[in-house]
Design a protein around this ligand. Sequence first.
Ligand code: SAM
Ligand code: SF4
Ligand code: SF4
Length: 340
Amino acid sequence: MTEALEQSLLDRLGRPVRDLRVSVTDRCNFRCRYCMPREHFGAGHEFLPRTQLLSFEELARVAGVVAALGVVKVRLTGGEPLLRANLERLVSQLAQIPRLEVALTTNGSLLKRSAQALADAGLSRLTVSLDALDPEIFRRMTDADYTPGDVLEGIAAAERAGLSRIKINTVVRRGVNDSEVLPLARHFHGSGHVLRFIEYMDVGGTNDWSRRDVVTADEIVARIDSELPLERLEPSAFGEVAERHRYRSGGGEIGVIASITKPFCGNCTRLRLSSEGRLYTCLFATRGEDLRERLRSGATDAELAEFVANLWRQREDRYSELRVPERRRLPRIEMSYIGG
Ligand code: SAM
Ligand code: SF4
Ligand code: SF4
């Protein structure tokens, strides 16, 4: 790919493409109420059959194509990415692509057994979701037969494997786990890891989202600041979605991801690939473009690159900045399908 194409690849709002988020499976071993509520993702739910998923070779090929267009980070997500067998093989293939950083977001429940293999394969960044330290509250959030202890053991295994500066993601729902904000902050204070609180979002159409359930980023920061004083930090890079704060006493930093109260579409540089190979230019998109068909019908790398580049050039998504009621009524893609 020519440098000229990479430099000219901006969307209609002037945003470059920098990140690829890949959902490697739509399955999950949790049923978080805010993501895959059991009423909608119960025994009768049909997940994608294996043959519909992109293979590791296909995923690595797409990553190589988009890396040549300017993507510098690929994040594996889902569903629960560690349910995909031998994921470290994919990590290893991706880690060989020049200038590409490989990241993973996981619920942490199966991390203990795979952390070392992932680190050895070349994983460079790890995000672990953890919504509560209290087992009862954890269960109310995740609706699964795992405990916060399982996740903490996964984090410890990742540390032992040499993965440092792990990010811990916590979605906050008012009246469910907001009492865990301070305990989590205390727990990770001084740990070297970065705790990030996420405002509960209206993704998908199954979680029955209401504005009343959102605890705002400002409220979260104020609660922590009252016990562990904080000061605001500058964003570390363009495309950074978390507002960063540092403990005044030392002890590291926290982040808040305020997609509801302070939307950041203006610097959203993310392209998303669903597990069956559809490309999306926004988490709230109503439709995606079929890349799998092109991959499986003999398209060359140059043709794939041109297809992705054209899609990006036409992009004008900024759902969170608009968040208009009419758009909220349109059918939307579920987070577990498109990848968080
Ligand atoms: N299963 C993995 C996990 O939970 O880390 C990866 C996929 S999950 C969809 C990615 C992230 O999206 C998680 O940190 C999760 O908490 C977040 N998430 C899911 N639904 C959300 C919602 N409605 N609002 C905000 N964040 C959400
Ligand atoms: Fe699974 Fe992650 Fe969604 Fe929870 S947030 S249901 S762990 S995909
Ligand atoms: Fe990016 Fe869409 Fe989220 Fe805006 S709403 S930050 S464009 S994914």
